[in-house]
Ligand binder design. Structure first.
Ligand code: CAA
Length: 696
């Protein structure tokens, strides 16, 4: 019929094939011919049943997210209209699912009478991750096939499930081996032969009624699913919608779902989360590295250093299926490193997130050595040794001698100059920074540091490998601290003055958690260890009034039971400590600082605004390729709230003009460099521009 929809007929079954690459999203140009094709099949007396199938790599993977908020999303036929049409058919409709049936895709399939999937297929309603809820009947139809408990779990988490699980829970009716469309046609013919009426999902009420009669298990599932929503509205709305499906009639619940969807889709959180969806995909496009660049093949990975970072990185690779050789200076260090790795896996087994069998498989991927020569067959070698240039020089000198030609040599440095590190080898084109975040087996962010000479295919390789081990990679340039830590430095620059002038550590931390951060800066310092910064400062000849005084008293943070806060009896919950309050007051008095009440807004202005300013400099210097890359760094590596879309998205919401005005104010008052507005930030503010409107 059109390029997007073709219809063929096989023995009385109309096969409607959708073809809207790359993921068959339900764009308007697809919905229109699809609606017409379904109507035509309905009205054709020769057609006894329908199959809806997809060309390309996947079944429909959702509504077209890029249409949200535009007239195209509202234009007829809408997805709910399409679903209603399908559901009104008296002839059986069968969805043939391969790849991923996600969001609107699964909703379309649920509006069919039946679903046949291939064994690798996945189905899910991930809308919550975009700050919305399924808006085309997903919250009312899924509970009718899978039961409200399973539905609420799937819809609130947004996580897809595999075909076997979908079959067991009643979401799909058959798993096809071999030719999927053929199996779906055969299934449709069988249903035609059995004769009608063919019950639409809306009429299947047994599981709803059972929950209605005894809601205890469902309520427990809701409680569990919504236990950690971190200030996001969508998970709660998802749970509310499924509850409506249990308590109200189909049509009433459907109308309520629509109301909730309409409210969420126009809200800031959803805009922010959609921005992050596209930002993450944009980050995978590296300027100057085209699609024609072929990544190198990585079969074996070497890790130097079995400490916290090295161990975590090694686990990330082993979890991703790579054989890993770990190198340490001594057998004892290897023993210690391995003991921690085994303990971490054992904890996962205990928590039920890993099976004994998978634990064994992962551990079997490790080998160990103290001899650099054993890294000769590694395709990628990552060092995670002490942060000192002379140590890095030694390691890279040795690697240069043993690594095979074409092996990628990576440093996990957090601050050091990757170009200098590359210069310690005769192959700087093969050297790259891979900055993991602690704990490296858990944290999603991977800063890929591109050196002056790093080869394009090295970047393409580490990007691919990073994704394969479940990380969100972002390519950044060389500077002290790269993107994340450099901005973190700017954020923390005025913290001590804030304390001395009158803010309490717990007030500052509360402002951050109210903002949506997972934890405030002082709780984070205590977690990381105050001694880390102290040692670092000493080596640079720097001081910090409060931080140094705490360390001098042996207060290193959680590990010593006290730091900025108290942690009594091994507790991890920070408790404000009068001794610290007194220390701060004394230090302020020594310096003649008059203490005053500090407002929450002032704390934001003196911590988050400088961070935005630093980001503007980072963009000017081309350390980050685009503002959205910075958002991805902060959301995935530093707990920036996803509902605010990352620092740059948030800065646009806050208003660049306001930010510059307040930076000017604090700069005039303190003379501190971090408050001096970057030229590009001032220009954007003066011209009414925004970060999101900047060309990529
Ligand atoms: N709308 C528009 N574009 C989409 C899209 C969607 N739903 N899903 C993916 N794309 C685009 C991506 O932006 C990307 O574009 P570029 O190549 O230009 O960057 C391209 O398709 C390929 O996507 P990926 O790189 O993510 O490919 P992948 O193979 O790694 O993953 C996928 C495929 C699992 C489908 C993944 O893209 C995904 O999770 N997509 C989103 C699924 C989703 O959230 N669906 C729900 C939509 S909301 C909805 O349906 C609301 C409703 O109820 C009405």
């Amino acid at each position: 019929m059109t390029d997007y929809v073709t219809v063929t007929h096989e023995d009385g079954i109309a096969i409607i094939t959708l073809d809207n690459p790359p993921v068959n999203a339900l764009s308007l140009h697809l919905r229109q011919p699809l609606f017409a094709a379904i109507e035509a099949a309905r009205d054709d007396a020769g057609v006894k049943g329908l199959v809806i199938a997809c060309a390309g790599r996947t079944f429909v993977s959702g509504a077209d997210i890029s249409e949200f908020g535009t007239d195209r999303a509202r234009a007829t036929p809408s997805l709910p209209e399409l679903c209603a049409l399908l559901e009104s058919l008296e002839k059986p409709a069968v969805a043939a699912i391969h790849g991923t049936a996600l969001g609107g895709g699964l909703e379309l399939a649920l509006a069919c009478h039946y679903r046949v999937a291939d064994r690798q297929a996945k189905v899910g309603l991930p809308e919550v991750k975009l700050g919305i809820l399924p808006g085309a009947g997903g919250t009312v139809r899924l509970p009718r096939v899978a039961g409200p408990e399973k539905a609420v779990k799937m819809i609130v988490s947004g996580s897809p499930i595999g075909a076997a699980d979908a079959l067991a829970s009643g979401i799909v009716d058959e798993i096809a081996e071999g030719d999927l469309t053929g199996a779906a046609v055969a299934f449709a013919r069988k249903k035609v032969a059995e004769g009608g009426p063919h019950l639409p999902v809306r009429a299947r009420n047994e599981k709803i009624e059972a929950t209605h009669a005894d809601p205890a298990a469902f309520e427990a599932a809701v409680k569990q699913a919504t236990a950690k929503t971190r200030g996001l509205e969508a998970p709660l709305a998802c749970a509310e919608a499924v509850r409506n499906a249990v308590e109200l009639s189909f049509d009433e619940a459907l109308n309520k779902e629509r109301e909730l969807f309409t409210r969420l889709v126009s809200g800031v959180q959803s805009r922010a989360q959609r921005h992050l969806f596209f930002a993450e995909r944009e980050a995978a496009k590296i300027p100057g590295v085209g699609k024609d660049v072929t990544p190198r093949e990585i079969r074996k990975v070497g890790i130097i250093g079995a400490g916290t970072m090295g161990g975590g990185i090694a686990m990330a690779f082993a979890n991703g299926g790579y054989p890993v050789t770990m190198l340490e200076a001594s057998e004892e260090a290897l023993d210690r490193g391995f003991a921690t790795i085994e303990k971490n896996y054992a904890i996962s087994v205990q928590r039920g997130s890993l099976s004994e069998e998978d634990k064994a498989k992962r551990l079997a991927r490790f080998s160990r050595t103290t001899d650099y020569a054993d890294l000769a067959d590694a395709d990628l070698i990552i060092e995670a040794v002490f942060e000192e240039m002379s140590v890095k020089q030694d390691v890279f000198g040795k690697l240069d001698k043993v690594a095979k030609p074409g092996a990628i040599l990576a440093t996990n440095t957090s601050y050091l100059d990757v170009n200098r590190i590359a210069s310690f080898t005769a192959r700087p084109q093969d050297v790259v920074g891979l900055h993991f975040f602690s704990p490296a087996n858990v944290m999603k962010l991977l800063e890929i540091v591109r050196g002056e000479k790093t080869a394009p295919d090295v970047l393409a390789t580490v990007l691919t490998v990073g994704k394969r081990i479940g990380k969100v990679p972002v390519v950044v340039g060389v500077c002290h601290g790269f993107v994340g830590n450099r901005m973190l430095g700017a954020r923390g620059d005025d913290l001590e003055p804030l304390l001395l002038e009158g803010a309490a550590p717990e007030q500052i931390d509360r402002v951050f958690t109210d903002f949506g951060f997972v934890m405030g800066p002082f709780a984070m310092w205590d977690l990381a260890g105050l001694d880390v910064g102290w040692r670092n400062r000493k080596s640079l000849g720097k001081t910090a009034v409060i931080g140094d005084a705490l360390c001098e008293r042996g207060r290193f943070g959680q590990k010593t039971g006290k730091g900025m806060y108290l942690y009594e009896n091994g507790s991890r919950t920070p408790t404000p400590d009068p001794e610290v309050a007194k220390l701060i007051e004394d230090k302020a008095a020594e310096r003649g600082i008059e203490r005053r009440a500090i407002s929450d807004q002032e704390i934001i202005e003196r911590t988050l605004y400088p961070m935005i300013n630093e980001a503007a400099l980072i963009l000017e210097e081309k350390i980050a390729s685009r503002p959205s890359d910075i958002d991805i760094v902060w959301v995935n590596g530093y707990g920036f709230p996803i509902g605010k879309g990352g620092p740059m998205f948030w800065a646009d919401l806050e208003g660049l003009k306001t930010i510059v005005e307040r930076l000017d104010h604090w700069h005039a008052r303190t003379g501190k460099k971090v408050f001096e507005p970057a030229a590009s930030l001032r220009r954007l503010a003066d011209t009414g521009g925004s970060f999101s409107a900047r060309p990529a």
